[in-house]
Every structure is written in structure tokens, then in C-alpha cells.
Design a protein around this ligand. Sequence first.
Ligand code: SF4
Length: 257
Amino acid sequence: MKNVKLKSPKQSSKSNAATVRLARAQRSAYSAAEVEEIFRRFSVQRPEPRGELEHVNPFTLVVAVALSAQATDAGVNKATRALFAVADTPQKMLALGEEKLQDYIKTIGLYRNKAKNVIALSEKLITDFGSEVPRTREELVTLPGVGRKTANVVLSMAFGQPTIAVDTHIFRIANRIRLAPGRTPDEVEAHLLSVIPEAYLYHAHHWLILHGRYVCKARRPECERCVIADLCKFSEKSCDIPAPLVELPPQVVPIAG
Ligand code: SF4
């Protein structure tokens, strides 16, 4: 069992211990060998999975992730392509200003509030972090509009740290197939960190998101297309013959219409 870091040192170690205890109490339905096999198959399918949010540097990644709350990656990409062409640093974002920023992102839900946050986080990066995106979760979550999930995505995608940012897909899969049950994203995160073999941890986040987005979908999981159908312990799965285990064609990031 790995040492699971749940919250910043400032937060109560008591609540950390409680979260870990709870995560362990809701046991995974899979043996260590089964978990290993699940991620081995994901790794064959997608040896180099990647996130689908477009960005050109750590700053634009922070902005893209902050804009993606309750929005699709494709919708965010459509707006940020033009935005990042003119504002790919905190200074340029401030020079652009909140009003013009709103124009670029007005197709994204909650854009007014998100524009405010992007301007505020650009200011804070300049004043507190020398215009660089910080590399620790504790520092990242001090930025306006950046929560634990956003910080984990940035740590993983920008700085190569193995983290699990529990989004709606990961939360659903972890509970649906009882890989790492938990009542909250934090519980699922702690549980996944404790069951996923170290060797697979870095890519696990993207494998699970992509599996949830394209196969183990919310309304109707496409079990006949699933490479872990034989291992899956979801009582309502519609197929238990695994799909052929082959490497998938390179990811194509969907473009919003
Ligand atoms: S078999 Fe079905 S429910 Fe199980 S992981 Fe695959 S798609 Fe999801």
C-alpha cells in the first residue's frame, strides 16, 4: 500500500486519516492481479494516452483546465485556439483584459465568472510566482478558480507528476465497476492511488477518462467494445467477452461544431 497524500500539510491530518480509512473500508472488488491486468490492457490499447485539452505551455494549460469546468474539452478547445494565439502568458492575458477575454470564451458556460478568474489568476501568477506556474498542489490551489482537480491535471500534464484528477468519468467508472469505490472525488482519488500499480499510475488518469468518455459511457456503457469486459464486475454489464486487445489509432481530439 503506497503512502497516500491527500491534502496540504495545513489541512487536518485527522481528516486525511479518516478519508484513507473510509477509502480502504470500501474495498475494491478486484485482486491486485486483476487491477494489474486491467491497466496492462489499457496500456496496450493506448501506450501514450494524452489529455484532449489543447495548450501551448503550463500557463495555457491552467487556463484551459479552469475553463473546462462543466464544459466539454472540444468546446474549450474551440474557444482557446484563437485566445492562446493572442494571450499565452499571464502578462498578455492581463493586457487583453476581462472584456475582450469574455468575447473569446463566450461560447463556454459560466464564461463571465471564468473570465474573472483567469484575469485574477494571471495577476497572482505575476505578483506571487514570478509569472511561472507553480509546481506544487499547495501553491496551485491558491490561484483563483483552481481547485484540487485542476491542480492535479496541471501537475500531471504540465509537470509529469503521477496524480489522479477525479472527473465525472473517473468517478463513475471507479464506483460503477467497483474498482475504487468512494462517496466523493477525494475518496475515489485516495482509493485509486492505493490500488493502481506504480508502473501504471502516471497514465492511469488519462486511460480512465478516455475509457469513460468513449466506452464505459454514462448512459449506456458499450461493453461489447470493452477490453476489460471479462474482468469487469459491474452487475449490469451487457457483455463479458473482451474486445480484441489491439493498439488504437492515434487519438484525434474532437472539434466542437
Ligand atoms: S464491461 Fe461495460 S461496464 Fe464494464 S468497464 Fe467495460 S464498458 Fe464499463
